[in-house]
Design a protein around this ligand. Structure first.
Ligand code: SAM
Length: 295
């Protein structure tokens, strides 16, 4: 027996229960749907869709007549029980969102969790996702990256989130709505610095696909000067933090403390105190302090 939000379900009998397929759909170009996705969407008994009217158009385009039922962020927890009943009764169900991979800044997490807890087999059918599509063509380091979803809509929350990411060395990836693009770029410039490299990946896989990489300050001006860049869907990718040249291994916080102390104390004393306060190596801070004084 498993329990979710007061809803009880029995645990699946693997021989008779259906399968929940998590199916990625295109983020613009319909040719990007996979042959396997089409086969699964045509074969299942039911499709759980974020917006049934939106997905109906996709299915119509491919001649798929499988019935759709809504599974969006407002009803997902309650509706989960209904989908689960169908799965436990032996029906296969496909989960799709409006575009890209379900659960990635899209509904589906609760249903997948409920299904797995009930012992239902969950099978991913991979395909497009805007963040991976953007990363694959942005030209920023892709060996390590973090996906931050959408930044908070309010300015204070947005800045606080970015402040916390100031010294993040991995490539940062954000989703953004077009009407907030400029504000977010300005916040990136103000918190991470005008020189930080940012790539705007807009309208991926569509007619007006644009990938533009510039330092944050210049990208703000480029977007401000062209209203077309403030339309459509976009992903922002930001180069990870790198210690300024010659200051390797010295965190921004240690540099801040060092600069404050250098304004009041001789170099040696400032370096020693900064090392004690921040835990950075004294010799390294001394070298950095000498370099900063000679500039
Ligand atoms: N589940 C989707 C995925 O796997 O990418 C993401 C859904 S999220 C609600 C929508 C956001 O994804 C948009 O605001 C935008 O940031 C990004 N996005 C989706 N399609 C895009 C595209 N064609 N070009 C650029 N960004 C896109």
């Amino acid at each position: 027996m498993c329990v979710f939000s007061g809803w009880r379900c029995s645990v699946a009998d693997p021989t008779s229960a259906g399968v929940l397929y998590v199916v990625a759909t295109p983020i613009g170009n319909l040719d990007d749907i996979s042959a396997r996705a089409l086969r699964v969407l045509g074969d299942v008994a039911l499709i759980a869709a974020e917006d049934t009217r939106h997905s109906q158009r996709l299915l119509q385009h491919f001649g798929i007549t499988t019935p759709l039922q809504a599974c969006h962020e407002h009803n997902e927890r309650e509706q989960g029980g209904r989908f689960l009943s169908r799965l436990l009764a032996g029906d296969d169900v496909a989960l799709i969102s409006d575009a890209g991979t379900p659960l990635i800044s899209d509904p589906g997490f609760h249903l997948v969790r409920q299904a797995r807890a009930a012992g239902v087999r969950v099978v991913p059918v991979p395909g497009p996702s805007a963040l991976i599509t953007a990363l694959s063509a942005a030209g920023l380091p892709s060996d390590r990256f973090i996906f931050e979803g959408f930044l908070p809509a309010k300015a204070a929350g947005r800045r606080a989130r970015l402040e916390a990411l100031r010294e993040e060395p991995r490539t940062l990836i954000f989703y953004e709505a077009p009407h907030r693009l400029l504000e977010s770029l300005e916040a990136l410039r103000d918190t991470l610095g005008a020189e930080r490299q940012v790539v705007l990946a807009r309208e991926l896989t569509k007619t007006f696909e644009t990938l533009k990489g510039l330092p944050a300050g210049e990208l703000c001006e480029w977007v401000r000067a062209d209203a077309n860049q403030q339309r459509g869907e976009c992903v922002l990718l930001v180069a990870g933090w790198q210690a300024p040249e010659g200051d390797e291994a010295v965190s921004a916080e240690a540099l801040r403390v060092l600069d404050l102390l250098l304004a009041e104390l001789p170099v040696k004393r400032a370096a020693a105190l900064a090392a004690e306060i921040t835990g950075a190596r004294k010799n390294l801070l001394y070298q950095v302090a000498l370099e900063r004084q000679s500039k």
